[in-house]
Write a protein that binds this ligand. Sequence first.
Ligand code: SF4
Ligand code: SF4
Length: 288
Amino acid sequence: MDELTQAFRQFAQEKRADLIGIAPIERFEGVPTKNHPCSIFPETKSVIVIGKRITRGTLRGLEEGTQFDIYGQYGLSWLADRMLAMTTISLATWIEDNQWEAVPVQDLPPQVPPSGVAVKPDAPAPNVMVDVRDAAIRAGLGEVGYSGEVLTPQFGPRQRFQIILTDAVLEPTALCETSVCTQCKQCAASCPLDAISADESETVAVCGKEMTVGKINYDTCRSCQNGAGRNPNHPAGLPDRLGALCNRTCVHSLEKADAVENTFAGEFRKRPAWQKDATGKASLQGAV
Ligand code: SF4
Ligand code: SF4
């Protein structure tokens, strides 16, 4: 590994970045200009994706159905806007101390339409929204699971991402060859609103890596009362589902299958999971 990349990774580790993936800009070939990193910083040579884990205990109040605010802060708003953002800006500062420009980028929902007018003939209308989850795949951090969420070999669906665009040439991370998703379809089976089809799926390809993703009704997820919530960054973005029953079931399922590296002495799901139907009526799911 070259000296700059090695020193950067060492610093990132000291700053408690849980995941670092580096994609050369060539891996974004074919991405529309309205989502392309170079539309923000034309000199981009490397896209660094930084991941910070949602600790398993942060999901505990949701899993027991007794405390929802802990996840809302340590798993969502504080994790993204404070803890992860502090890591991102620390790493960007380090890069600029080493004489390369570094653009920190938060999780921008690519579903958000342009909100301004193009200022030059060859520029897309603002705001350009780089898809951070897509970038995580291009940077070798993981894959899209059947649930539609990014799964990493380290934490399954338990992380959030931000990125740094830089003109520094850093050593790329290889695409994730490991298949994290076991295709168990427990995410679909556990959904009380049948928002993920167990029968219909599509193949999503990123940089030649093909992944099978269930057909998902995100409008149903928007009204889900099982731990999902609106997109924290924009109402037009996909709903936040990382704490929802589908993804908590995925956490449990991946651990049971010994498919993630971050392991624990005890099982995540200790009791039957609660669920609410479309009317808000609560009941328990039988199998643990
Ligand atoms: S629950 Fe199973 S099928 Fe669904 S995303 Fe997780 S590992 Fe994949
Ligand atoms: S967010 Fe809710 S409705 Fe959507 S798949 Fe998950 S459990 Fe089902």
